[in-house]
Design a protein around this ligand. Structure first.
Ligand code: GDP
Length: 137
């Protein structure tokens, strides 16, 4: 069993598709082990995306992630990291496979509906960034 971190980004929350996205997870063998709705501060977003701080899109990414509330969850299941990435689709929604979350709900590469951990190691760090052990069950 693996755990991975999912974020439903501000564009998808504003559109009112939280339930539709959570249904993709639950219908595909990913159990929601923890969940909360959060308004990130600039400092939170900068820290969470610190690996991208030298990238040209870093400031746009931070501005976007604090533009409204997000829904953060811990997803649990067999191969949860890879399974979630598969359900999400490519970073750029124009390149995302039909039927993926980004193909169905994302606007563009900035407003791309969801985040998902890209490795088990990052999943552990990202889960610890948002949740204490007692919030996960
Ligand atoms: P992800 O793991 O699929 O979310 O992609 P990355 O970890 O590579 O990038 C993190 C986030 O930064 C993406 O989800 C996008 O919102 C944003 N991003 C990545 N690449 C670009 C880019 O080339 N331009 C812009 N504007 N945003 C990007």
């Amino acid at each position: 069993m693996e755990q991975t971190l999912s974020i439903i980004k501000p564009d998808a929350v504003a559109k009112g598709v939280i339930g539709k996205i959570l249904d993709r997870f639950e219908s595909n063998g990913l159990r929601i082990a923890a969940m909360k709705k959060v308004q990130l501060s600039r400092k939170d977003a900068q820290e969470f995306y610190a690996v991208h701080k030298e990238r040209p899109f870093f400031n746009d990414l931070v501005d976007f992630m604090i533009s409204g509330p997000v829904v953060v969850s811990v997803l649990e299941g067999e191969n949860a990291v890879a399974k979630n990435r598969e359900l999400m689709g490519a970073t750029n929604p124009k390149e995302a496979e039909p039927g993926t979350i980004r193909a169905d709900f994302a606007e563009n590469i900035d407003a791309n509906a969801v985040h998902g951990s890209d490795s088990l190691e990052n999943a552990k760090k990202e889960i610890a960034f948002f949740f204490s052990q007692r919030e996960i069950s």
